[in-house]
Design a protein around this ligand. Structure first.
Ligand code: ADE
Ligand code: ZN
Length: 338
């Protein structure tokens, strides 16, 4: 049942978002506006038609539309507008820190310069820091359906901008594209001082989560749902304090779960796993971080203490400095006391 007190707590808690693909925040209205501005043809007559097409049976169904949608992003200003719109939505949900993914290969393979993408996203992030008080980290993802060599060339393109990019991730079609294929490029990213994270266990088996830990040496697991099938793996994730960036509405819309009541968030918390709540691709999955918190809290009837834990985990699982994490924990404690 909806619970206004619980929703008020969710709204008042400071939050960090750790799993957000900026290209997945492209709302149908902006898709239309950018298609017109840039003279890009799209096979839809209205934003409503676009929304109606967002009916996915699995990850690949979504990815096909997601890569198509990116085609309207051409200029630095487009990447700025996209990122700025997301930050305004995040600020409305009391998000104070974001660690956002971008998919450079989704743009460079269309002939867009790496710098065009980076400049536009970063300009919005910097403005967000000043005007909205949202700090950030920027994580560049490798598309796992492409080769490790291609990922390596993307890392080469990032090297002149290392101070501006804080980490690498691994996303796109999971099954059939195990983390092991990216061991060398991740080793190089780590040697360059970059943080490392990877999507694993969204559709892929627990073995992919193990590979992400053992071979890629990730600091976070993005999704991690299927880790729950392997008790020894769960024990390891608990003992290592590994953060899992769970995305409830994404799981529902991509049929990773059949019903929000099947969200792994409660089970993860009960097992002592460090779960967080995130929006993944909010324009495609029906909601931003606040919507994700409310949906999962209602379906699982989460307690105030559990919601507070999720907010705490979002900061302690982030790549922000420890002193900043501690300051947010103090603020969360204050909100929780009221
Ligand atoms: N790219 C954007 N969203 C994704 C997801 N949920 N899983 C894998 N790749 C993605
Ligand atoms: Zn994702």
């Amino acid at each position: 049942m909806p619970n206004p007190r619980r929703d008020a707590l969710i709204a008042r808690l400071p939050k960090a978002e750790l799993h957000l693909h900026i290209e997945g925040s492209l709302e149908p209205e902006m898709l239309f506006a950018l298609a017109a501005r840039n003279g890009v043809a799209i096979p839809f007559g209205s934003a409503e038609e676009v929304r109606a097409a967002y009916d996915f049976s699995n990850l690949q169904d979504f990815l096909d539309i997601y890569y198509q949608g990116m085609g309207v992003l051409l200029h630095e200003q487009d990447f700025f507008d996209l990122t700025w719109a997301y930050l305004r939505r995040a600020a409305a949900d009391n998000v104070r820190h974001v660690e956002i993914f971008f998919d450079p290969q989704g743009h460079t393979e269309r002939g867009i310069a790496f710098e065009t993408v980076l400049d536009g996203i970063e300009r919005a992030l910097k403005q967000g820091e000043v005007e909205l008080g949202i700090s950030y980290r920027l994580i560049m993802c490798f598309l796992r359906h492409l080769s490790e060599e291609d990922a390596g060339m993307t890392l080469d393109q990032a090297v002149p901008h290392l101070g501006r990019i804080h980490g690498v991730g691994l996303d796109s079609s999971e099954v059939g594209h195990p983390p092991a294929r990216f061991e060398r490029v991740f080793a190089r990213a780590r040697s360059l001082g970059l943080h490392v994270t990877a999507h694993a266990g969204e559709e892929g088996p627990p073995a992919y989560v193990r590979e992400a830990l053992d071979l890629l040496k990730v600091e976070r697991i993005d999704h991690g749902n299927r880790a729950l099938e392997d008790p020894a793996l769960v024990e390891r994730l608990v003992s290592e304090g590994m953060t899992l960036t769970v995305c409830p509405l994404s799981n529902l819309r991509l049929c990773v779960i059949g019903d929000m009541a099947d969200s792994p968030v409660r089970r993860m918390l009960d097992l002592g796993l460090k779960a967080t709540v995130n929006s993944d691709d909010p324009a495609y999955f029906g909601g931003y971080i606040g919507d994700n918190f409310r949906a999962v809290a209602e379906a699982l009837d989460l307690t105030a203490a559990e919601i507070v834990t999720l907010a705490e985990n979002s900061f302690t699982g982030s790549f922000m400095p420890m002193a900043d994490q501690i300051a947010y924990l103090a603020e969360i404690a204050e909100v929780a006391r009221d």
